[in-house]
Design a binder for this molecule. Structure first.
Ligand code: RIB
Length: 293
């Protein structure tokens, strides 16, 4: 079984601010850092650090930014042989992190949004039924990627983030596992509470496994109609960027490894508590060995 993450690679420009900007406001930031990120890249790093054989597919620019993103993937044990390099800028973000470690992210797709059918065909030629594909909504033609993975008979894992109208084109009945946070859950279902969001999924996607992260209120998972809960592990948060991506990688490691849902939730919660206690995205994700004990 191989895990393919077909997803975004971004350069994250992270600005430390007193508070998240208001419309029309000018504010001085106190610090700027440049990190490797992108939901796809972060999830690939988490999957590989958790111990899964992980292949990343996606696109970067033919420049120093692209090289930096590839080096981070390689350093963390991700197979990058399928990543494509193109003429044009890498995807990048502007991220504000406030004094309570909350963030907001402005995304520019760049190379992530120039993926074509020829490249997709080449990527899928390396995978077969029983392999797993992990997806987010930061690349173009996500609906095609889902359809092609389904044709192959792959297990399809989707983090529908960022949530936008493009997701309406995707056939959600082909998704085996959803990872969503409480904001996305409310946007998708039109419901407010975790119970109501899960009830919406139970009605509309009864066969899917649904993992819902709830920030400080922990997380829960619904499988075959049964709901399991996990409390948050208290730490001093520095930067919440990539916490959800870490959760995805470590949950999938435990789940694919045959562990129970409560065990998978507990491992993912431990891993993401470490991620939020460190600055940055991919580089803040812990190794499995750090979670022992
Ligand atoms: O999930 C966090 C990631 O979202 C960041 O690394 C940023 O690049 C955006 O894609």
């Amino acid at each position: 079984m191989k895990v393919l993450n077909f997803g975004s690679l971004n350069v994250d420009y992270v600005y430390q601010v007193d508070h998240i900007m208001l419309p029309g406001e000018t504010q001085s930031s106190t610090q700027r850092n440049v990190f490797a990120g992108g939901k796809g890249l972060n999830q690939s790093v988490a999957l590989a650090k958790a111990g899964l054989p992980t292949y990343h597919a996606g696109q970067v620019g033919n420049d120093a930014d692209g090289e930096m993103l590839l080096q981070v993937l390689k350093r963390n044990g991700v197979d990058c042989s399928l990543v494509n390099r193109i003429d044009g800028p890498c995807g990048h973000t502007f991220i504000q992190v406030d004094k309570d470690a909350q963030n907001c992210i402005l995304l520019f797709g760049g190379a992530n949004r120039c993926i074509d059918a020829v490249y997709r065909k080449e990527v899928f030629s390396h995978f077969s039924a029983g392999d797993v594909i992990v997806l987010q909504n930061e690349i173009n033609d996500l609906d095609q990627v889902i359809d092609e993975a389904y044709e192959k008979g792959m297990m399809i894992v989707l983090n529908p983030s960022p949530f936008d109208a493009y997701l309406d084109r995707c056939d959600w009945n082909k998704i085996d596992v959803f990872f969503i946070n409480e904001v996305e859950g409310a946007q998708i279902s039109g419901k407010e509470t975790a119970e109501d969001i899960l009830a919406w999924f139970r009605e509309h996607h009864p066969k899917a496994l649904v993992v819902l992260t709830l920030g400080g209120a922990g997380s829960c998972c619904m499988k075959d109609g049964q709901v399991y809960r996990q409390e948050v592990i208290p730490v001093t948060a520095v930067d919440t960027t990539a916490a959800g991506d870490t959760f995805t990688g470590f949950f999938m490691r435990a789940y694919l490894g045959g562990q129970t849902i409560p065990e998978a939730l507990a491992l993912a919660a431990r891993a993401s508590s470490v991620t939020v206690s460190r600055p940055g995205a991919a580089e803040s994700i812990p190794a499995m060995a750090e979670l022992d004990g």
